[in-house]
Design a protein around this ligand. Structure first.
Ligand code: PLP
Length: 387
């Protein structure tokens, strides 16, 4: 059976060049980067060269980047690290209602520790309004955390504007850029952030490795204790093979980003047109104007997203109903609810995220399979009949 993978926001395959770059670091170049002998020094050199490459993708200085185990850890370190270190200055944090659980749950944890968090609403298009953000700022606000691109609906937030507001008020600004790094430009000076989280497995690198960009001068503390690795901010023997893989993935992303973004946006728009032309009572969640090139999130009235997903899976097509982390919960997506959709309409959503392997042929095949599936499910549902 033909298999089409359309869930690149959940994870991506490791690119062949990435795997090739990593392999020697499991076997002959297995050193501990803290060891003083030549085996260790070889690992240390790979670590620092990798740091330069990943920093290059962000327009950052290598010394401003530390490696972590992935997006979740980077988010935890950014939020808790800044909150704990700056709590004498204030205990108020601003974030949005559509963040990934790696940010939302960290904020909830901070709330149990005496911090106050404002969760900003978004427009029905899925965008944060800088004016609303500005009016939420208080004397004791120490941190603003707004994601760059949303993992479910792909909307891209106005970070440049928010960055200016944060800088004017002297408040640290963090972004969860797990979904945007490698797909759209993420120059830290252009978007005006002090901290940025990224994750390797979303950009054709291995799982279990990520990074946190920390602008020079940003005050934060480690959230785990141990040796002095990564400037003491992330103790633990470095995962050199993973770090080398992330660096190679970053290098590849830098080379191909512009052409791949254009190609994926073309496929995305083709798929959107085909579905909206051929399926009644269908819509797109989130604005099409400021959106990741490979992301499309459909809503279908009178259909369960999970039934659609399983039907498509039986045809070899892998899609998602929301974020990979929440899709097993069968609760309406917090992102779609934040757009103002009623719960029953959130249940009929389908997220398609395109990537390197996808072609125009895939888009046509999937559009047809979705149209067929929606029709079939509606024909057996009392509400959907005749729609
Ligand atoms: N933040 C966002 C926006 C994500 O989409 C994800 C993963 O889906 C994460 C954070 C967590 O990243 P990781 O899987 O590397 O922990």
């Amino acid at each position: 059976m033909k298999r089409i993978y359309l869930d690149h926001s959940a994870t991506t395959p490791v690119a062949p060049e990435v795997l090739e770059a990593m392999l020697p670091y499991f076997t002959e170049k297995f050193g501990n980067a803290s060891s003083l002998h030549s085996v260790g020094r070889e690992a240390k050199q790979a670590l620092e060269e990798s740091r330069e490459k990943v920093a290059g993708l962000l327009g950052a200085e290598p010394g401003e980047l530390i490696f972590t185990s992935g997006g979740t850890e980077s988010d935890n370190l950014a939020l808790k690290g800044v909150a704990y270190r700056n709590k004498k200055k204030g205990k108020h944090v601003i974030t949005t209602r559509i963040e990934h659980p790696a940010v939302l749950e960290t904020c909830r944890k901070l709330e149990t520790e005496g911090f106050e968090v404002t969760y900003l609403p978004v427009t029905s298009e899925g965008l944060v309004e800088p004016g609303i953000l500005e009016s939420a700022i208080r004397e004791d606000t120490i941190l603003i955390s707004v994601m760059h691109a949303n993992n479910e609906i792909g909307t891209i937030q106005p970070l440049e504007e928010i960055g200016k507001i944060a800088a004017e008020k002297d408040i640290y600004f963090h972004t969860d850029a797990v979904q945007s790094v490698g797909k759209i430009p993420t120059d830290v000076d252009a978007i005006g952030v002090d901290l940025l989280s990224l994750s390797s497995h979303k950009l054709y690198g291995p799982k279990g490795i990520g990074a946190l960009y920390i602008r020079k001068g940003t005050r934060l503390e480690s959230i785990i204790q141990g040796g002095g690795h990564e400037r003491g901010l992330r103790p633990g023997t470095e995962n050199i093979a993973g770090i080398v893989g992330l660096a190679k993935a970053a290098e590849l992303a830098r080379e191909t980003m512009a052409t791949e973004a254009e190609r994926l946006a073309g496929l995305r728009d083709r798929l959107a047109d085909l579905i909206l032309e051929n399926v009644k009572n269908a819509w797109i969640n989130g604005t099409m104007k400021k959106r990741l090139p490979g992301n499309i999130n459909f809503g279908f009235r009178y259909v369960e997203g999970e039934s659609l997903l399983l039907f498509l899976d039986s045809k070899g097509i892998a899609v998602s109903t929301g974020s990979a982390c929440s899709s097993k919960k069968l609760e309406p997506s917090h992102v779609l609810l934040s757009l103002g959709l009623p719960p029953e309409e959130c249940h009929g959503s389908l997220r398609i995220t395109l990537g390197r392997s996808n072609t125009e042929e895939d888009a046509d095949y999937v559009a047809q399979a979705i149209a067929e599936a929606v029709e079939r499910f509606r024909s057996i549902s009392a509400l959907g009949r005749g729609s």
